[in-house]
Write a protein that binds this ligand. Sequence first.
Ligand SMILES: Cc1cc2nc3c(=O)[nH]c(=O)nc-3n(C[C@H](O)[C@H](O)[C@H](O)COP(=O)(O)OP(=O)(O)OC[C@H]3O[C@@H](n4cnc5c(N)ncnc54)[C@H](O)[C@@H]3O)c2cc1C
Length: 376
Amino acid sequence: MAENSVVTDVNPSADVTVHRRRVVVIGAGQAGLSAAYFLKRAGLRPGVDLEVLDANPTAGGAWSHRWDALTFDHVNGLHDLPDSRLGAADPAEPARDVVTRYYGRYEQEKGLGVQRPWRVRSVRAVDDPGARFRVVAERPDGALREYAAGAVVSATGTWDQPYVPWYRGRFGGRQLTTRDFTAPGDFAGRRVLVVGGGISAIQFVQLLDEHGVDTLWSTRTPPRWRDCPFDTEAGLGVENRVAARTRAGLRPRSVVAETGLPTSPSVLDAIDRGVLVSRGPIRALTSDGVDFADGTHEAVDVILWATGFRASLSHLAPLGIRERTGGVVMADDDVSVVKAPGVSLVGYGRSASTLGATRAGRRAARRAVDFTADLG
Ligand SMILES: Cc1cc2nc3c(=O)[nH]c(=O)nc-3n(C[C@H](O)[C@H](O)[C@H](O)COP(=O)(O)OP(=O)(O)OC[C@H]3O[C@@H](n4cnc5c(N)ncnc54)[C@H](O)[C@@H]3O)c2cc1C
């Protein structure tokens, strides 16, 4: 298949050149870079029999979009990419800048030839000689590329799919999600309701409070404070629970539902001061604020939905792998998609952390190499 790798045929319907690749990796965050590294180590040549496509204009995956105030000392820890060390990072530097620089250096050093900005629009199964999938990618200027691929590793994260729960009523003020947050200064003089029970939500409440913003907090269920350290054993327990869900085709639950919320000294202090105290669930939105389930009403100027994300999988819709539950049935290796042999998901379910993504990238690479052995 590699001999045919440059330009081989033209899609007669759209007049688009089709590039043949043994494996196409979609996404160049921690998960995609790990998979690409192991594919290259297995002998696949980027731009020849391997293509890595990323929708972002720069390196860094979802980290390249995170807000200034999320400094490196506020993240849970970033696992090293394979055969590489992040090394010491300035704790006061935005995590966005640290990670973007690290991933960018990695792509260069490992020669992964990441193609960007190319957003994959669809992956469909085909029965062509020498190819099992057609992958269509689009650049922001509308240019199209099509690939005939033997296997696909999808590592597209969650950042593009913020989840906002539905409530009765209509709010007349500003609404935004975690994805849109830039700086606490944007909310000066405003009254802000932060919604969500995860780590981002508690960080937003604390950050806004530190900047003198009048802030309220709403969670659907009481905050799940963790009273024990999150050690290796606890991490393994979480991974096993997540894997049990995804192997059953259920959608992975929110991170906090599995891990609970950390109680650092600053968090305990904010709880004591009444800052990190949830008003409980919202019952309905109103033009000037919200009605809470306890019957009280609060007027606010802004609602910040820190209510999590869903996996970005819309490009895989033609494969019909989504269950009614919204999940995908995963095999016991936690990367292979049962209903689409030759397709791996990395950074999904059990591997939705920088540690999990790094390990899963290796497994997905091995699966893709094995699956395409007759094409290599
Ligand atoms: C606020 C926040 C803080 C977090 N903090 C931590 C932490 O401290 N430690 C930790 O381990 N984890 C953390 N996580 C989870 C973390 O983001 C992941 O563990 C990891 O970075 C995700 O890597 P990824 O490669 O799966 O996804 P991403 O980093 O999201 O990368 C996916 C890439 O795929 C691209 N893409 C998406 N769709 C397409 C498409 N259709 N075609 C082409 N490209 C596409 C995107 O542009 C992106 O570059 C955090 C998550 C959030 C939301």
